[in-house]
Each structure stands twice: as structure tokens, then as C-alpha cells.
Design a protein around this ligand. Structure first.
Ligand SMILES: Nc1nc2c(ncn2[C@@H]2O[C@H](COP(=O)(O)OP(=O)(O)O)[C@@H](O)[C@H]2O)c(=O)[nH]1
Ligand SMILES: [Mg+2]
Length: 442
């Protein structure tokens, strides 16, 4: 997410960051580079001008030039201004006081609406424990209803559909009635898109709005289309109005222009970010955290939230008990690994750790490595998993062929696990391991 932009901005600020003293010329030079980085990321030129103007004005203030660490101060100003640019404090969904909260999903064809319906449903179920249903009101394409049914099944949400024979506006109104009858908390209405913004699309959207009275209209924008996404948002804002944006496909080599321009140009906040084809690749969009992530300052808050939503408290206590009693086994290790994987792709998670962003290229941690570890552990017998000391040469060969890996890979895992157990024992004794030990060295 925002890889290129992040790299370029960090290059632009690199010199400033490390300086003890800054001159006006240093700041002007950095701002020229920031300006180029933003333009290259497809941020609207008016927005860029305003942004660099605001940063420069603050950075040239006496407060910065005379501060002890002017470089860090400038970076902080950039982070503040980026946060403001992307919408400041952010906005929450409006929840109905009584009856189902209706959320209308709008956007162009292929922008990611149907996918977003499923992701949002899963998100609201998991994070807010809400009972969510979906309404299939894209009747333009015959396959659209089936797609939503699949998405709903994956997200654990009921789908209200009546095939494609009826008028979508009627189906939408009927679905709201169903949701009321069934006592759902939330109804998410999937609508048809077009290739371009046109009168017919806006008219249909207007009629669906009138009949369903949505509490939230969310516009899905494809981040990969950069400046075009913002143009779409501007036309929607003029004719159909909406409350907030779901920015999709931020996982592609999205240059980030849409994320940075949409609030400034339409006044509408980004509520959610969609970062992959899988259902769990979806998160609340927090401008402050995003700004920090872009500037390589990490996003510990999102990481903690993800961990909290995935890790079962009871299991965590059980794990703690096992570690205390020295009973942590490879089965537990496997389970931990699976929990971490439920949080989403590993690369994305690591980027949220402060300072990790820039080092990732060199680290090259990928999910395939985890797949390999998982294959090795599941090829072991329960006895071997409970007591890895049993794993001798012939067992190693068997496990390697069973998991499609090598004897060396099995040996390495057994060795690393041994080190991990040793570290846990030390932790229990109150001795903190050195960083080198944590990194797996000895
Ligand atoms: N990589 C990526 N693909 C996405 C994302 N959201 C949707 N897609 C894909 O984009 C295509 C269109 O999505 P869909 O939800 O059917 O769009 P709709 O026509 O607006 O309903 C599908 O192939 C999705 O898998 C995302 O966040 N990242
Ligand atoms: Mg669709």
C-alpha cells in the first residue's frame, strides 16, 4: 500500500530527518522533492500546492528552526498535514437507533462494490458483533446475484435476493422489509455499476435511495485508477451525494493519489480501505495512522486491534499456562501461526511495525515460508509434535518427503523451535532475551 509514495516521501525527507540544524534553503529543497513525490503519486496538483504551502509555512516558523531536533519536527509537521489532508479524525458509520441500519454501496462497474459488501459485512460482524444481511440489487449482470450469494456465504451474512427478474428498486425496498422482519442490525445493499457515470445510473441510485432511506451511502473507488477515481467521486458528489468512501485495491501498486485527494476535493471522508481480494483484507481508514504508515513511522494501533480481534482470550490464557509449565508444543506453535495468518498477509502486517517499512525489501518474509512451516508441522505425528526430541534422522527424512520439503528445512524448524522454547524458559525466569536471540541467532 502506497509503496512508491512512501519511498519517495521518505527519500525527500531523509536529508532533513538526519540534520542537526536546518536552513530555509534545506526546507525549500525538501519541499520541492515532497511536491514531486506527491505529483508522481497522482495527487491532484491543487491539493499538492496547498499541502506543500501549509507544510512550508509551518516548517519555516521559528518554532522549528530553533527546536532541538528540527528534522524530526519537520517530519512531524508533514505527518500532521497528511493526516489533515486525508480527513483528520475520520468518521464513523451512522448506526440507526432502531431497526436495521441501511448501507447503500455505490460505484462504477468493477470498482469492487460486491467485494466490499462482503468485507464490510464480515468486518461489522467481527468488530461490532452485528447481525448483517446483504441485498442483491445489482440486476444488470445475471451473474451478479450469484456472486453476492457466494460473498455472503464467505462473510457469514444472509443474502436477500429475488433473482434478476424484478426491478432493483423494488428488490431493495423488499429487502429492507425483510431485514426489519428478521431483526437484522445492518442491511448492506449492493447496487449495479456502469462503466462511466451516466444519467441512468444516477437515476436508479436516486430511486433506491428514496425507497430505502439509507443511513449511509458509501461510494467505492478503485485506488488503482488514481486521479480518475477522484473525478468519479466529484461527479457522484454533484449528482447523487454520498457520505463516505471505501477505497478499494489499495494493495495494487496504487500510487495513493486518490487516498490523498478525495477528501480535499469532495469533502467526503474515506471510511474503509480494501487491500486485497480476500475477505479479511479490509480495515477502517484512519488518516492519522495512514499518514504514519506512509512516513514509515509504523501503525502499531491497527496491528494491536487486528491481533485483539483474532486472538481468543481463553486460548491466550491457556497458552500462557502452557508456557509457564514448559508445555508449549509444536501444535501450539502451529496454532499461533494460524492465528497470525488470520490477521492478513504477513507483508502488510510487518509494515505496520515502526521502522519495518523500509527494511522489508531486504527481509523478504513471505507467506509461502509460513506455508512451508505449516506443511512440515502437519506432516509430523502427534507424538513428534509434542516432543520434537523424538525426531531423529529417519523421521526427518519421512517428514521432509511428507511435506514436500527438505531434511535441512525440517532440521532448521526443529532447531528454531528448540531455541524458542529456551527463550520462553528464560522469559519465565525473568531474564529478557537479547535482540539477537529474538531474531533467531544464538
Ligand atoms: N486486488 C484487489 N482486488 C479487488 C479488491 N476489491 C475488489 N477486487 C477485485 O476487483 C474485481 C471487481 O470486484 P467486484 O466486487 O466484482 O466489483 P463490482 O463490479 O463493483 O461489484 C474482482 O475481481 C475483485 O476480486 C481489492 O481491494 N484488491
Ligand atoms: Mg458487483
Amino acid at each position: 500500500m502506497f509503496d512508491t509514495l512512501s519511498e519517495r516521501l521518505n527519500d525527500a525527507l531523509g536529508e532533513v530527518r538526519s540534520r542537526g540544524k536546518l536552513t530555509e534553503e534545506d526546507i525549500a529543497k525538501a519541499m520541492r522533492q515532497v511536491r514531486l513525490a506527491l505529483l508522481e503519486a497522482d495527487v491532484n496538483f491543487k491539493v499538492v500546492k496547498q499541502f506543500t504551502g501549509a507544510v512550508k509555512e509551518r516548517a519555516l516558523g521559528a518554532e522549528v528552526l530553533e527546536s532541538l531536533n528540527p528534522g524530526q519536527h519537520v517530519v512531524k509537521i508533514v505527518a500532521d498535514e497528511l493526516t489533515k489532508l486525508m480527513g483528520g479524525a475520520g468518521r464513523e458509520l451512522v448506526l440507526a437507533k432502531k431497526g436495521p441500519t441501511v448501507i447503500l454501496i455505490a460505484g462504477l462497474q468493477g470498482s469492487g462494490k460486491t467485494t466490499a459488501c462482503g468485507k464490510l459485512a464480515r468486518h461489522l460482524r467481527q468488530e461490532k458483533k452485528l447481525d448483517v444481511a446483504l441485498a442483491a440489487c445489482d440486476l444488470q449482470r445475471p451473474a451478479a446475484v450469484d456472486q453476492l450469494i457466494k460473498v455472503g456465504a464467505g462473510a457469514g451474512a444472509a443474502v436477500y435476493e429475488q433473482g434478476t427478474a424484478r426491478d432493483p428498486v423494488d428488490v431493495a425496498e423488499w429487502a429492507v422489509g425483510q431485514a426489519k422482519t428478521d431483526g437484522r442490525d445492518v442491511l448492506i445493499v449492493d447496487t449495479a455499476g456502469r462503466l462511466h457515470v451516466d444519467a441512468e445510473l444516477m437515476d436508479q441510485l436516486g430511486r433506491v435511495k428514496k425507497r430505502t432511506k439509507p443511513h449511509n451511502v458509501l461510494l467505492v473507488l478503485d485506488a488503482m485508477t488514481g486521479q480518475d477515481a477522484v473525478n468519479v467521486a466529484e461527479s457522484f458528489a454533484e449528482t447523487a451525494n454520498f457520505d463516505g468512501v471505501v477505497l478499494s485495491k489499495l494493495d495494487g501498486d496504487a500510487r495513493g493519489g486518490a487516498a490523498l485527494s478525495v477528501k480535499a476535493l469532495t469533502g467526503k471522508p474515506i471510511l474503509y480501505a480494501s487491500t486485497g481480494e480476500k475477505l479479511e483484507a479490509f480495515e477502517r481508514f484512519h488518516p492519522d495512522r495512514m499518514a504514519q504508515r506512509i512516513l514509515g513511522m509504523g501503525d502499531v494501533m491497527t496491528l494491536i486491534e487486528k491481533a485483539e480481534s483474532q486472538i481468543d482470550q481463553r486460548q491466550a490464557q491457556e497458552l500462557e499456562r502452557k508456557i509457564k509449565k514448559n508445555q508449549f508444543t509444536l501444535d501450539d506453535f502451529l496454532e499461533q501461526m494460524q492465528q497470525v495468518r488470520n490477521m492478513g498477509p504477513l507483508q502488510g502486517l510487518l509494515k505496520m511495525i515502526p521502522g519495518m517499512g523500509q527494511q522489508l525489501g531486504a527481509l523478504n518474509v513471505d507467506d509461502r515460508e509460513l506455508d512451508r512451516l505449516q506443511a512440515i508441522i502437519t506432516s509430523m505425528t502427534p507424538a513428534e509434535r509434542g516432543n520434537p526430541k523424538l525426531i531423529d534422522g529417519s523421521r526427518r527424512r519421512r517428514i521432509a518427503s511428507g511435506s514436500g520439503t527438505t531434511v535441512q528445512a525440517v532440521s532448521q524448524l526443529v532447531k528454531q523451535f528448540g531455541q524458542m522454547q529456551k527463550m520462553m524458559r528464560q522469559l519465565q525466569k525473568g531474564k529478557m532475551p537479547s535482540l539477537q536471540q529474538l531474531a533467531g541467532g544464538s
